[in-house]
Design a protein around this ligand. Sequence first.
Ligand SMILES: [Zn+2]
Length: 217
Amino acid sequence: MNMDAKPPLDRLLAGYRRFRESGWTPHRDRWQQLGEGQQPEVMVIACSDSRVDPAQIFDVDPGEIFVVRNVAAMVPPFETTPGHHGVSAALEFAVQVLKVKEVLVLGHGLCGGCKAALTQELHGAEPGKGGFIANWIAMLDEAREPVVAQYGTKGREAERAMELAGVKVSLANLRSFPCVQAKEASGELTLRGAFFAISDGVLHVLDEKTGEFAPAN
Ligand SMILES: [Zn+2]
């Protein structure tokens, strides 16, 4: 039978049954322990893109990483304007309550959100018709300018430069949060940036001193 012919939820339920057999039952003690609480040491901010699941890329067990995923792996700046600040809430919880030691911003190749930021194709769209995305990725507008000046708005070179710049924007925005500033200054928290290139499966880690991303060993 063709797997693709099944409704998506049926395929997910088949996966769930595999998980119960191999991921849950043999690790019952671990799950019991997790039932008492979580103590992840790392928060990961990643893109919602279906190809870049941090738990899969880093091959971690449940309880190890606290994850926020959204369009283009963005952290908005510290803002106290009215609204529903989901990323800020998750960041606050991770840093202040869970006391994670590290926050990793994980960008990726072939990112649709970064591409839209680059082309600005959704500019002026209504909410529900691209407007929410346009507004969200407008956070990349400033970083976009030097990218466009150097590479234009089309092609992989321009896209990759935008994707890498996006990681740096999120890191800069993370540092606009007072709790992050204080904990980074005291050495309790480290911020990291990385980039996962989908097509070759290679993770690149940012060296903030040089601004360069280099393949991880
Ligand atoms: Zn993406």
